[in-house]
Design a protein around this ligand. Structure first.
Ligand code: AMP
Length: 371
């Protein structure tokens, strides 16, 4: 699977991975099962774009109900043409039914407005609207949307049923159009002592990026005795992980504070799959995404060796043999899975972290230069 796609000469990159799509579909279907139970429901999928969303939702509905599809067209290439065609293919009786429209995307709302007006002529009891994607910044109408998968920035997207000139509907993720001004977001991943801090410093210098090390930020918070510092202290003392909510909030604040940056190097974050999902989500909402994850691969013995050496040079209070052992075992137990998460998005690059610092950096730079 590719983290990038090129269609008709345009570049697209993943903005909503398939795991998030599956979660959103389940959330919406569960809500519908609660809201619509006992009603005479007809689902109405809008072709072509909503065919995947419609079938994924429909198979999760746990009461008997019908589904039918209708067709119209409102898109021509990258821009909304604003023209809405007639409904075609609607031969189901909708009189006195609860009609649930399943749409792939609502942006200006012009298309949906026209569908709603035309459907009223079929005399349904009520009409509900479910859309997989919604662009609040583009929306110009006032109708209520009952179920929303994702709110997205005003950008062109493909995949999961949505197309660009007929192609891209089969992609399992949602991809968004890559803008000319690119923000690079790099994740540095590896066990404690694998060299994340050292490589981060070199990357931010060369590429003018902002370094976000959750470990450094937490240590500063402890030193300044902030609320976060007070809460984090007890977890860090024995090498355990600070709760997800705390670090996720911390990172979000830093991203907002550094608005307009050329990009970020995340060092020591995400450390759990929950943090990875949260990071993907917060970047997506800002029209950004993870560009690449570098995993620095170093054997255990070497890690312990390096950390003990660091301790001797007056390093950190958590660089003692017992705490080091705990940090490495937590890395294996909870953090290693984060690399699978990004591997599934084809964003993982494993780098041999043993050897000359500049050689390792050379390998990393080669990948960044191609982004
Ligand atoms: P580090 O400087 O990256 O080795 O982090 C030092 C300590 O800070 C870790 O052992 C954790 O207790 C805490 N920490 C740093 N980053 C995170 C994170 N992303 N999630 C949870 N705890 C973290």
């Amino acid at each position: 699977m590719d983290s990038r796609k090129t269609l008709n000469g345009k570049d697209f990159e993943i903005s909503i991975p398939s795991v998030h799509i599956a979660q959103a579909v389940t959330r919406i279907a569960n809500q519908m099962n609660e809201d619509l139970q006992g009603k005479d429901v007809v689902f109405l999928g809008i072709l072509n774009g909503a065919f995947m969303f419609a079938s994924d939702i429909y198979r999760k509905i746990n009461f008997d109900c019908k589904i039918t599809f209708l067709k119209l067209a409102s898109y021509d290439g990258l821009d909304s043409s604003g023209t809405v065609k007639q409904l075609i293919g609607l031969n189901e009786d909708l009189k006195n039914k609860t009609v649930v429209i399943l749409e792939d995307i609502i942006d200006t709302g012009i298309t949906m407005d026209s569908i709603l007006k035309q459907l009223k002529g079929y005399e349904p009891t009520e009409i509900k609207i479910a859309t997989f994607l919604f662009k609040p910044d583009a929306f110009q109408r006032a109708f209520k949307i009952d179920y929303i998968g994702f709110e997205i920035p005003n950008e062109f997207v493909i995949g999961y049923g949505l197309d660009y000139n007929g192609l891209g509907r089969n992609y399992e993720h949602i991809y968004s159009f890559v803008k000319a001004q690119k923000v690079i977001n790099i994740l540095l991943f590896g066990a404690p002592g694998s060299g994340k801090g050292t490589q981060s410093k070199k990357i931010i210098q060369k590429y003018n990026l902002v370094h976000l090390s959750t470990g450094d930020i937490l240590r500063q918070d402890i030193e300044s005795n902030t609320r976060i510092g007070q809460q984090a202290k007890k977890y860090m003392a024995d090498g355990g992980l600070v709760p997800d909510e705390l670090v996720i909030d911390m990172i979000e604040i830093k991203i907002i504070q550094n608005k307009g940056a050329a990009g970020f190097v995340f060092d020591g974050f995400p450390r759990t799959v929950g943090q990875a999902i949260a990071l993907d989500e917060m970047l997506r909402k800002k029209g950004l995404s993870v560009s690449v994850m570098f995993a620095l691969d170093v054997e255990d013995d070497e890690l312990v060796d390096r950390l003990l050496k660091r301790a001797k040079i007056g390093g950190r209070t958590d660089d003692t043999p017992e705490i080091i052992e705990n940090r490495i075992s937590i890395y294996k137990e909870k953090t290693a899975r984060v690399s699978d998460y990004f591997h599934r998005q084809d964003k993982l690059v494993t780098v041999n972290g043993k050897g000359d610092i500049d050689t390792i950096f050379g390998e990393i730079s080669q990948v960044i230069d191609k982004l």
